[in-house]
Design a binder for this molecule. Structure first.
Ligand SMILES: [Zn+2]
Length: 170
């Protein structure tokens, strides 16, 4: 719900909004610009899939450091650019993906073993969503199709709906 405050009074601490002014305009920024944060990732709004991908990245880096320290050292040697006071925890090109717009480190294309993902005809930032939505929809769809075949053709309606939802998500 937009709050109703006259923008003239909104940013001036010495003026108290008069009751009449409260119904004259709609706040055009929510939250107000004064509270705006500088984006720290390529997807400032975040979201469930983004959080999942970030968590997956943390787990992957912990695994690499424990199991493949040689790889971690090799990638550190191949890393280009610099990022003062870097807080982005970059091991390889996959880690740069989520912070590309704010981190100074980068990898040459020939040092990115995961570049094949760019050739998948989907935006690379959408890959996590696709995998997640498919993991969610595929079993449900399979179950519905089985019911449609075995029990009643009415299940096809629901199967079609889930299939459509899947298509929309992907
Ligand atoms: Zn950085």
């Amino acid at each position: 719900m937009p709050r109703l405050i006259d923008p003239v009074y909104m940013y001036n601490p010495r003026v108290e909004a008069v009751p009449d002014a409260l119904v004259t305009a709609v706040v055009d920024h929510e939250p107000p610009l004064a509270q705006a944060a500088i984006p720290t990732t390529v997807q400032p709004g975040g979201g469930l899939c983004f959080a999942l991908e970030a968590a997956w990245g943390r787990a992957r880096r912990a695994w690499l450091r424990r199991v493949r320290p040689g790889y971690v050292r090799r990638m550190a040697g191949l890393r280009r650019g610099q990022c003062d006071g870097c807080t982005h925890d970059i091991i390889d090109a996959r880690d740069v993906k989520l912070v590309r717009s704010v981190c100074g480190y980068w990898f040459r294309p020939e040092d990115d073993r995961f570049r094949w993902r760019e050739r998948v005809p989907l935006a690379r930032h959408g890959l996590a969503e696709v995998v997640f939505a498919s993991a969610l929809c595929a079993p449900v769809l399979a179950l519905l199709v089985r019911s449609a075949v075995r029990a009643s053709p009415a299940w096809w309606l629901l199967a079609g709906a889930v299939g459509w939802l899947w298509f929309q998500l992907v």
